[in-house]
Write a protein that binds this ligand. Structure first.
Ligand code: MCN
Ligand code: CUM
Length: 801
């Protein structure tokens, strides 16, 4: 046994890569060297290639499919149609919102880009040729491309496959206190109203979706490499849909080239590649192309809002009403907790002290791709906060109070936690006013307002937009949150080897967020094992403990908590080993970072590494050997980070082009594991927010053709047009998270867009403009200036409910 003679200097947590260390991302070592292992890098012996034939039209009945010409092409091995899927009961699959979705169309096509058939061939080019040789005879039906058309009396029924479906409504959902909300409105001095559209947008990971399915008839084992943010859910889904035994299914998510929510749903391509491998008894690879991705996979937003705010003359908000109409495409495939039909839209106004609120929502089927909840959004929180901050901006203007002051009046005060939000959530911590103040000082709020006044006199259009919000991240506790009945806990397994090095596996799945870097920091904090001595593995269902995956910024709140809890279990066992090594009772052993010592003699101690060795070489009598632990963590509550964003813009009145002058972001995500990674998350998210506000446009013409199906039309900002971001931090620890952390991965896309729109609208206030819908393209801004009215890119919203 080795005990240290002199008391060693305490470990420096930052030096060992613990909490608060800005250690560089370890995964980047392989990414920037081109040594990542993405889905298209997976090559198996004898592998075939699959291509999907997609519908060219938005709505039509399939009269016939002739695949004979495809089979005539040398190298084509198999053609799969919906009919073939149907004989195996696989033509339809369940969605994550208790609807059904066609895997390959049998009866009708319901959106442009829908999967109709698949060709499996020796190489991807032959497969593509095979698709072109398939002849499909469609009877065209009138397409529906927005909710206004969907609700028309003579609208064609999109989901005629569903017996109980008589119209195009996919759900209605209400929440809040209607009666008291109405009473508050009756007593209000001022009522502010606004109509908004959060346009459809699309997550655009650099890597599109794909899979390599490998069914081994000899062992009965199905291995699927795929681009999934939630591999365990896929395993469960495949077991249930394909009726394969779960222990014979292995889902592996290799390196993902971004996800942004795009890789949460189960897509037809995955399912068809699995059947193709079973039928051909060869591995089958499917790699989606960019247009396939943009026209068929999970989109984000596409929600219309009619909002009303009831206020007193002094600016105190008494109640809010929200009426949302959302477009869900042809299948209700939103990935969201099953209790909530419009996701967490009712998290709106959580940061504000408002007694009453009422949300009435209705969702429609249309002839567009299904999706709904994707793109850095934590289940429609992005829409909720955008609507909230646009309503707050309009309300402040309508009651005639300065934007910052109006927020200060209505934000929840530090002493008021825990706070029950108007729609019933419980928020537990925050320093909202401090964040607001930090942001105001950083942007030079008062000076800018003076400059703005001066500039207006000289015909220059300057604007300042604020966006403040708290959002629910980390779904979620098992009482309330489940997806298809599976509770939304998460997990971690920590195995410490005899030399004190360790492997950590979690039920989450990083897509670029840096889990390989940040999870070891939690272990370093809990155990004093240097972060560089810990390797992280995620995404393999044969080795990782069951978890619900990575989305809704839930990894830190849930899996990250599980990491801390697993490390604490390891420490508890190590303590027993330390007592044995030090020959004292456990109560006499005290923990310091990385070391146990005898309470009365701190120089007598053993390091965590020495305990690890003893766990394999010198354990106490009767103790199980080894040093490892697993934790399944059911979080007591969501985490509630806060953001206060300030954006200043200048608009060129001659062209409608607007430039960001400055953007100040103050984020409070609780205890920061890795400040550098957080900054990366926020800068990336702000860039995406800027893209949505400024340039990204994915829309549909009257025939249901997707406009924006490639990167020539749907723009990604480059470093050239992206503004500089000025980041600031406030830290309010989360009271229930083991290390006090809150989620952060989506804060910037959630809070960001309203800051840009509020800034542009603020600049146009002298023209009487109250709204311009995103994307605020120069022609829209110019039109608002010249017509002196709001510019909406959207069909009128239904307000009669
Ligand atoms: N972190 C931290 N301290 C905190 C909170 C988080 O250091 N207090 C670190 C975490 O350890 C993690 C990162 O920040 O490395 C993000 O953590 P978290 O907020 O828990 O979010 P998730 O890991 O669950 O990531 C999901 C979130 C979502 S839902 C989308 S969408 C999104 C996003 O992350 N997609 C991304 N950021 C992305 N970033 C990249 N590069 N690629 C994507 O696809
Ligand atoms: Cu909603 S996109 Mo993220 O939660 O994977």
């Amino acid at each position: 046994m080795t005990t240290t003679q002199d008391r060693p200097a305490p470990l420096d947590e930052i030096k060992i890569g613990g909490l608060g260390s800005s250690r560089r991302r370890v995964e980047d070592n392989r990414f920037i060297r081109g040594r990542g292992n993405y889905i298209d890098d997976v090559v198996l012996p004898g592998m075939l290639h699959m291509e999907i034939l997609r519908s060219p039209i938005a709505h039509g009945r399939i009269k016939s499919i002739d695949v004979s010409k495809a089979y005539a092409i040398p190298g084509v091995r198999l053609v799969i149609t919906g009919e073939m899927m149907a004989t195996r009961n696989l033509a339809w699959m369940p969605t994550l919102s208790y609807d059904t979705q066609a895997v390959l169309a049998t009866d009708k096509v319901r959106f442009q880009g829908q999967e109709v058939a698949a060709v499996i061939a020796d190489d991807p080019y032959i497969a593509k040729d095979g698709c072109e040789a398939i002849v499909v005879d469609y009877e065209q039906l009138p397409p529906i491309v927005n909710p206004t058309q969907a609700q028309a009396a003579d609208a064609p029924l999109i989901r005629d496959d569903k017996e109980s479906q008589a119209d195009n409504v996919c759900f209605t959902w209400q929440v809040g206190d209607k009666e008291n909300t109405e009473k508050a409105f009756a007593q209000a001095d001022v009522v502010s109203k606004i109509d908004l559209h959060y346009p459809r947008t699309h997550p655009s990971p650099l890597e599109c979706c794909g899979s390599v399915a490998d069914f081994d008839r000899a062992t009965g084992k199905l291995t699927v490499y795929m681009t999934s943010q939630a591999p365990h859910i896929v395993r469960a889904a495949v077991a249930l849909i394909a009726e394969l035994p779960e222990h014979m299914i292995r889902i592996i998510s290799p390196d993902l080239g971004g996800g942004f929510g795009n890789k949460v749903p189960v897509y037809p391509g995955y399912v068809v590649s699995i059947l193709a491998s079973i039928l051909t008894e060869r591995p089958v690879k499917w790699i989606e192309d960019r247009t396939g991705n943009l026209i068929s996979t999970g989109f984000g937003r596409d929600v219309y809002l009619h909002g009303e705010v009831a206020m007193r003359n002094d600016g105190k908000i008494l109640a809010v009403k929200m009426n949302t109409v959302s477009d869900h495409g042809a299948f209700y495939a939103d990935a969201q907790p099953s209790k909530f039909k419009i996701g967490l839209m009712h998290s709106a106004f959580a940061a504000y002290d408002i007694p009453y609120a009422y949300l009435d929502s209705i969702g429609y089927y249309t002839n567009k791709a299904p999706g709904g909840v994707a793109y850095r959004c934590s289940f429609r929180v992005t829409e909720a906060m955008f609507f909230q901050e646009r309503m707050i901006h309009a309300a402040a203007d309508d009651v005639g109070i300065d934007q910052a002051e109006f927020r200060r009046i209505n934000l929840v005060k530090d002493d008021d936690f825990p706070h029950r939000t108007p729609y019933g959530f419980l928020t537990d911590s925050g320093q909202y006013e401090k964040c607001l103040r930090v942001g105001m000082e950083a942007i030079g709020y008062d000076q800018f307002r003076r400059d703005q006044e001066e500039a207006r006199k000289r015909g220059r259009l300057l604007g300042l937009g604020i966006s403040t919000m708290t959002e629910p991240l980390g779904a979620g506790n098992s009482r309330e949150y489940d997806i298809l009945g599976i509770k939304m806990f998460d997990s971690a397994e920590l195995r410490v080897h005899m030399t004190g090095k360790a492997i950590l596996r979690t039920g989450a799945k990083t897509q670029g967020q840096g889990h390989e870097t940040t999870w070891p920091q939690i272990v370093a904090h809990e155990l004093g094992i240097p972060a560089e001595d810990i390797v992280v593995e995620e995404g393999d269902t044969d080795t990782a403990p069951f978890g619900m995956g990575t989305y809704a910024s839930r990894s830190t709140p849930v899996a990250g908590a599980a990491v801390a809890m697993a490390a604490r279990k390891v420490r508890a066992k190590a303590r027993k080993i330390a007592a044995h090594l030090l020959e004292v009772s456990e109560e006499d052993v005290e923990w310091e970072l990385g070391r146990f010592h005898v309470r009365s003699a701190p120089e007598r101690g053993v390091t965590i590494q020495e305990c690890a060795m003893a766990a394999y070489a010198n354990m106490p009598d009767g103790m199980e050997p080894g040093l490892e632990a697993t934790s399944y963590y059911d979080p007591p509550n969501l985490t509630w980070p806060f953001a206060a964003y300030f954006c200043t813009v200048e608009i060129d009145p001659a062209t409608g082009v607007w430039d960001v002058l400055r953007f100040v972001a103050v984020d409070d995500c609780g205890v920061r594991i890795n400040p550098l990674v957080i900054e990366g998350q926020i800068m990336g998210g702000l860039t995406e927010a800027y893209a949505m506000a400024n340039m990204q446009f994915i829309t549909f013409d009257v025939d249901g053709n997707c406009i924006g199906s490639n990167f020539m039309d749907f723009l990604l900002p480059t470093a050239w047009e992206t503004p500089g971001w000025e980041l600031h931090e406030v830290v309010t620890p989360c009271p229930h998270h083991p290390i006090g952390a809150k989620g952060v991965g989506e804060c910037a896309t959630v809070a960001g867009p309203a800051a840009f729109v509020n800034a542009v609208v603020d600049a146009l206030k002298p023209y009487g403009v109250r709204n311009i819908d995103m994307p605020m393209l120069p022609d829209r801004v110019y039109e608002a200036i010249t017509t002196r009215s709001d510019v909406s890119g959207a069909p009128p919203v239904r307000t009669d409910r």
